[in-house]
Ligand binder design. Structure first.
Ligand SMILES: Cc1cc2nc3c(=O)[nH]c(=O)nc-3n(C[C@H](O)[C@H](O)[C@H](O)COP(=O)(O)OP(=O)(O)OC[C@H]3O[C@@H](n4cnc5c(N)ncnc54)[C@H](O)[C@@H]3O)c2cc1C
Length: 522
């Protein structure tokens, strides 16, 4: 428990310079003109905040002059207090040293217990440091801490607001680049910033896990995922000239790129793509006509990697990838309102005689289908790891809530039915995470592509079923709170809405099951 205690004390260090007051002193501040409240050892002056309190003035006033930690935690998400506008209300701290030893012990034990959230994170990050793993070294741990810290300070506190607004500040791309996070997977020659000691599939797994932890699928997909699926065909197959033109700009966060494959008539079956690109020999330009649907980052992208029909033959043959700047004449985009991923900048895009230079062809003509398929394994692995992260989050939010909520005379978590729900979520999430690690290990050791592809396809199905299950069970545990787009249940409400797209996008469950079996040569 030492590491946990250290964490608790580092929390307390943040408030050590505040004046210390006793419980008796606190009790004097319990009027509308002078209202102080104690939460987790910190005293907040809420006098001016009383009329602004979303839950009403009276309920807050009734908590003043006393320790309202339990009531607060039952009503609010913990992250509320990290908001700078509430931090400003801090006026004192509880004089822990003046408490009698039993009270002191109780206070610290409660803090330690709150930090202890079993099955809520990858086992090897257990704060006690007792759960060993053969996969991770100090290099991995440092990387995890670095990415985690960036997301915890620069993204997570703001995602609720961004999601409601339907987008996020695009400056986030550059900020993440400057922090050495955004371009870790790209080569240095294009501005990539590989972490010290190099890259392997466990660095990748950690990265994908932390990226999924931003708390909004829309932000994650638009800010991080689309570049990672739209750029690889250019890096792997594009001409030197094309690479020099766009790769650095995207890698360094100065421009956004999106992948445009899906059409109103072509989703799972990419061979149905109807968008055409015809070469006008006189001007050496491609003339593009067609429609693309559900394009993540489509509203914000500067470039699109577009799947077009360039050959006479139908089906898988005759498809090419072409780079199209979104300011090209004849290109229009409209935002699609979606069930989840509100900040995903999802677009419907039309091309009417859009012209781009011949040199915008990515790789070889009519090889587009192969390039799209090459990309898929990693895109699906992102979803697999994201599901493990979602499972942990559902468990975490459920435990936090069930510990403070009381029904029928005891804590929710003390009801056996609720503990069984947590057990089911934990079993599925632990098993799924272990499978992710196994696949990462196989990829690292370059196991045959066919075997990896089959496993990733099934792992993706396993992940989305897990996510769906955990989102549902967390909703049941949080009750009505999980139905509100604010407060305690907001994270779970969003997870429940976002789960469907994981089961459909990047290869639906039906297609993945079939692919997994076909690749295994039944
Ligand atoms: C929010 C969001 C973001 C997206 N972002 C992008 C993006 O950035 N770029 C992009 O190109 N696309 C994107 N997509 C599209 C996504 O990849 C497709 O929705 C997905 O491939 C499924 O295609 P479809 O919706 O056309 O469904 P269809 O292919 O029409 O399938 C409909 C249903 O039938 C099932 N089905 C289809 N064929 C079979 C079969 N043979 N056997 C059994 N069942 C079958 C499918 O599983 C599905 O459930 C996005 C989608 C969403 C919802």
């Amino acid at each position: 428990m030492k590491a946990l205690q250290k964490e608790v004390f580092s929390d307390l260090a943040e408030i050590k310079d505040l004046p210390a007051i006793t419980m008796d002193e606190l009790a004097k501040h319990n009027t509308a003109e002078d209202a102080w409240v104690l939460i987790d050892g910190v005293v907040y002056n809420v006098t001016k905040f009383l009329p602004l309190h979303p839950g009403g003035r009276q309920v807050l006033l009734s908590s003043c002059g006393r320790d309202a930690t339990e009531d607060f935690k039952m009503m609010h998400a913990e992250r509320v207090l990290s908001d700078p506008k509430y931090k400003k209300l801090r006026v004192a701290r509880l004089a822990l040293e003046d408490l009698d030893p039993d009270e002191q012990k109780k206070f610290l034990a409660r803090r330690v217990q709150e930090k202890w959230l079993p099955f809520s994170q990858p086992y090897w990050q257990d704060p006690r440091g007792t759960l060993v793993s053969p996969y991770y070294t100090d290099r991995h741990r440092k990387w995890q801490a670095k990415v985690h810290a960036f997301i915890a300070t620069e993204i997570r506190p703001f995602v609720d607001q961004w999601d409601e607004q339907g987008s996020y500040p695009l400056s986030l791309h550059k900020k993440a680049y400057d922090a050495g996070i955004y371009a870790c997977m790209w080569p240095k020659e294009y501005g990539g910033t590989p972490p010290e000691g190099g890259w392997d599939m466990f660095m990748d797994l950690i990265y994908l896990y932390e990226m999924s932890g931003v708390g909004s699928g829309g932000v994650m997909a638009s800010w991080f995922l689309t570049g990672n699926i739209a750029l690889p065909p250019i890096v792997d197959h594009g001409s030197q000239e094309l690479k020099a033109r766009v790769v650095r700009e995207v890698v360094t966060g100065d421009a956004i790129i999106a992948l445009a494959v899906t059409e109103p008539w072509a989703g799972s079956d990419v061979a149905n793509v109807r968008t055409t690109a015809v070469l006008d020999e006189s001007t050496r330009t491609w003339v593009i006509n067609g429609e693309k649907k559900f394009i993540t980052s489509g509203m914000t992208a500067k470039y699109l990697t577009v799947a077009c029909r360039t050959g006479a033959s139908g089906g898988h043959q005759g498809l090419s990838l072409i780079l199209v700047p979104t300011d090209a004449a004849g290109l229009e985009r409209k935002k699609i309102k979606t069930m989840g991923w509100w900040a995903g900048n999802t677009a419907y895009i039309t091309f009417e005689n859009v012209r781009v230079p011949y040199e915008n062809l990515i790789g070889k003509q009519n090889e587009g289908f192969r390039y799209i398929m090459e990309n898929f394994n990693h895109e699906r692995f992102v979803a697999c790891v994201g599901a493990a992260c979602g499972g942990h989050k559902a468990i975490r939010e459920s435990i936090k809530f069930a510990r403070v909520r009381k029904t029928f005379g005891k804590r929710l978590i003390d009801h056996q039915v609720i503990r069984h729900k947590l057990a089911d979520m934990a079993m599925k999430t632990e098993a799924h995470y272990a499978w992710c690690e196994q696949v990462a290990y196989m990829m690292d050791k370059k196991a045959p592509a066919q075997d990896i592809g089959a496993r990733i396809a099934l792992l993706k199905v396993n992940g989305t079923l897990l996510l769906e299950f955990c989102a549902r069970e967390a909703c049941q545990i949080l009750g009505g709170n999980s139905y509100a787009r604010q407060g305690h249940g907001q994270a779970i409400e969003r997870m429940y809405r976002e789960v469907r797209v994981s089961a459909i996008g990047g290869g639906s469950e039906e297609i993945m099951r079939d692919l997994g079996m076909r690749m295994s040569r039944l």
